[in-house]
Design a protein around this ligand. Sequence first.
Ligand SMILES: [Zn+2]
Length: 552
Amino acid sequence: MSGPIILYDTTLRDGSQREGLVLSLADKLKIARRLDEAGFPYIEGGWPGSNPKDEEFFAAARSMTFRHARLAAFGSTRHRSHSVETDPNIRALLEAATPVTTIFGKSWLLHVTRVLGATAEENLAMIGDSVAHLHAAGREVIYDAEHFFDGYKADAAYALATLRAAIAAGATTVVLCDTNGGCLTDEVADLTRAVAAELGTETTLGIHVHDDAGLAVANSLAAVQAGARHVQGTINGYGERCGNANLVTICANLGLKLGLATVPDGSVLGWLPELSRFVAEVANIAPDAHAPYVGTSAFAHKGGVHGAATERLEQAYQHVDPALVGGQSRLVVSELGGKANAAWRVRQLAHLMTDGLDPAELSRLVKQLESEGASFEGADASFELLVRRRHPEYRAPFRIVDFTVLVERRNGAESRAEASVKVEVDGEVLHTAADGNGPVNALDLALRKALGAFYPALDAVHLVDYKVRILDGEAATGARTRVSIETGHETGTWITAAADANIIAASLAALHDSLEYAIWRLDAQPERRDERTSSRIAIARRDERQPAEEAS
Ligand SMILES: [Zn+2]
């Protein structure tokens, strides 16, 4: 069996087992659509026999057109005491009406006897019947051999017999699973090679591993080198316990390190960062900045020595050209880095500056601001704004004229927060107020309400993460606080940061940067909304009235 390595995505099924990850029906459909656009040939949508949401997913997916992907429903072999015709799980699989059915069964006698309470022969019959029934119904059947490696170590002949039962019944792909995720890489390689030799080239061999020993990516690659052509995993490695094999990392390694063609097309790896971020966004999990290949820190160089060397010779401190995975190297701007870091960043931002900005001057400025508590490390959007704002032609898209935040608790009730802001755009001032579950939330809402009236494009921008760090803990409650905000849009995420002794002021400054950056990034132009005009007049009247009222 040759041809490209086939990637099979199970983010929507196995990936959603991750603690804290909840995907709504709409989320699942969104991710499926994006995986299809990326070119995935298989998308496992869920386990229709296990929960109603997965059944709804398959019902909704029937009206969608997939350009590349074949949708797979996942489920177990028939129950020991049911016939295939009456087994509710098998019925649900058929009702899902997907072109592909992935059925899992037991390869490990320990599980057969102790978990299923079946005999070795009964289990083979359960596998054969289930696969044959689905195959006869016109489905492409993929067979997942659960706990295969552990089963093979315990009884190789029996583990192989389970695969043969599935193949004889019509399964065209059999997948070796390290369900407990504890196998070492050489074991996976040796066993996969042995199975490949036993099965010959008629059947496609697959691999599905979990990351409990931190080896899921390595084990998947080893299996491919030993003969597997089908690789199951999840975007960003989401999954139960320590996660599944990370398809993003696998895809990059297959293409860039092993020179193997993959479906989706491994020669165009530029789509990986975007896909990784998109799924993180939809799953509402902060993207891992340190993820291989696609994290924002994947090609970030911090130390002064590395920084200086990277400036001279980019390949010196990175294993691949970041451009191959849609990224670029980045030097972390911080006091640990020397002048080269700042100089290099300035050069990367050169397109922003026609008059140029002296790197030495910028480096001095960064150091001075950082000595005052600012920290641009990881906050590339704030750094970029720092550079942009020094351009003689830069015009701020808005100005925060003033703000008020009120936090109160009355009679032991829950505390509430209210914020009001006055924002000026193009000489017009808008005054808005909002309630929030805390002062920063209220401020964020009020600021967005004001800016959203001028820049409706900001409606699609949202807060991804908000972090607070105490800079000088010795000063206790008088300490300076660094606030960093990650903001998301469907085109990506960016991080801004600010520091101040006042946590509200630091938050507002970071929010300010975040939204100013968004306006620039989205190339948003101020718009006039009818509501805005009317509310502005009302507000203006109220503003005019206030001094008089105060006077009286
Ligand atoms: Zn799994």
